[in-house]
Design a protein around this ligand. Structure first.
Ligand code: ASP
Ligand code: MG
Length: 410
């Protein structure tokens, strides 16, 4: 007998028919003799619709009230699933986040889980019941309900798996696993059998929106083995787990494009101590998420500084930067929104050399110009013209033979 945490996302519980499919899946796991804790998201687009509804009556709704509202979506899901299971003759009970012992901080609409007291869940499991918990919510120290930020049900599932020391946390979604690239961009993309937490984190932050990043961080910290799989059929998915040596045989495990970036170039910045600090202090104060930073070799005591920011933070960046140009003695600033960031990710890069060369060589063979470069231990990113993004992903997918990624090494 094992303990499974099974999380089903909004698309898996979108209507009554989906609910029955989920109920069957949960029922079968229980019938195999396992204990099951289910975590659900709100049905379909419920959360989006609730946000819209709130905005119709108030352009800036109070965050405590917003949480009061949004948390109802998950309550609908859990009670409906419990009823569907009862109809099948199964013993099941639904619990809200607070009833399940989930505590959060007071950061409404983006709260963090601070503690889980799983006694009530444990007690219900001991009675032979399937326990169904609302994802995405918990109780603040002031006894208010708080939500965990969009996609937060993944985090609820992982946190519960850690607290209950579950054998596995299965995340059911509308894709059947994690792919080497977005299959819409690369038809040859293959589903990965497994991926390391760090690789998944890099790919998640690159816009491969399979799992909420915070849930992967949580899983890594508590060594919770995750499986990403579809609720629409019974094939195995992708396991997300601790890095093991065999994983390094594969140099690159995924390639991703992020088109939601803009490049800012500050021209003719005086090359003296304190200027960069002044600039990035201002950007930090404006809450701008700076990603890649490049400073050119200085010529005649002046240099250009370029950096990337998320597209939806360009306006904030412009306000912060434009007010500073004169003070730091720069010539001006230039904003370029037609860029894409292309990244290759793989833990194998730690132990293999020549990866950057292969990447740049493949891009240059297709006359794709590299404008910025940044690297980490397991990732290389480049900035290119956005018009070439899809082509670049395809070229790199082929260059690193990602269509063969699951084949056993000879
Ligand atoms: N229902 C919430 C959302 O749509 C939480 C989740 O689905 O994980 O963001
Ligand atoms: Mg979701």
């Amino acid at each position: 007998m094992a303990l499974f945490v099974q999380k089903f996302g909004g698309s898996s519980v979108a209507d009554a028919e989906c609910m029955q499919r989920v109920a069957q899946r949960v029922y079968d796991t229980r019938a195999e003799g396992h204990e099951v804790v289910v975590v659900l998201s709100a049905m379909g687009k419920t959360t989006d619709n609730l946000i819209q509804l709130a905005r119709q009556v108030n352009a800036q709704p109070d965050e405590r009230e917003m949480d009061m509202l949004l948390s109802t979506g998950e309550q609908v899901s859990v009670s409906i699933l419990a009823m569907a299971l009862h109809a099948m003759g199964a013993e099941a009970v639904s619990l809200t986040g607070p009833q399940a012992g989930i505590s959060t901080d007071t950061a409404h609409t983006k709260a963090k889980i601070t503690d889980i007291q799983p006694q009530r869940i444990r007690e219900q499991l001991d009675r032979g019941r399937i326990v169904i918990v609302c994802g995405f919510q918990g109780l603040t120290p002031t006894h208010d309900i708080a939500t965990l930020g969009r996609g937060g049900s993944d985090t609820t599932a992982v946190a519960l798996a850690a607290a209950l020391q579950a054998d596995r946390c299965q995340i059911f979604t509308d894709v059947d696993g994690v792919y080497t690239a977005d299959p819409r961009q690369v038809p040859q993309a293959s589903k990965l059998d497994c991926i390391a937490y760090d690789e998944m984190l890099e790919l998640a932050s690159l816009g491969a929106k399979v799992l909420q990043s915070r849930s992967v961080e949580f899983a890594k910290k508590y060594h919770v083995e995750l499986e990403v799989l579809t609720s629409f059929d019974r094939r195995p998915g992708t396991i997300v787990k601790d890095e093991v040596t065999e994983m390094e045989h594969i140099i690159v495990r995924g390639v991703a494009a992020d088109k939601n970036q803009a490049k800012v170039t500050i021209q003719h910045v005086p090359d003296r101590p304190g200027v960069a600090a002044r600039l990035f202090k201002e950007l930090a104060a404006a809450n701008v998420n700076v990603d890649m930073i490049v400073q050119n070799v200085s010529e005649k005591g002046q240099t250009d500084i370029s950096f990337t920011v998320p597209l939806d933070e360009v306006n904030r960046t412009r306000t912060a930067v434009d007010g500073l140009i004169e003070e730091i003695g720069a010539a001006g600033a230039f904003y370029d929104v037609d860029i894409a960031k292309i990244s290759i990710v793989g833990v194998g890069m730690r132990s293999h050399s020549g990866v950057a060369f292969r990447m740049f060589d493949a891009l240059s063979a297709h006359k794709i110009n590299v404008e910025m470069i940044s690297t980490s231990e397991i990732k290389i990113s480049v900035v290119i013209r956005s018009a070439y993004a899809d082509q670049a992903v395809q070229v790199l997918h082929a260059a690193f033979e990602l269509d063969k990624v699951n084949e056993p090494v000879s």
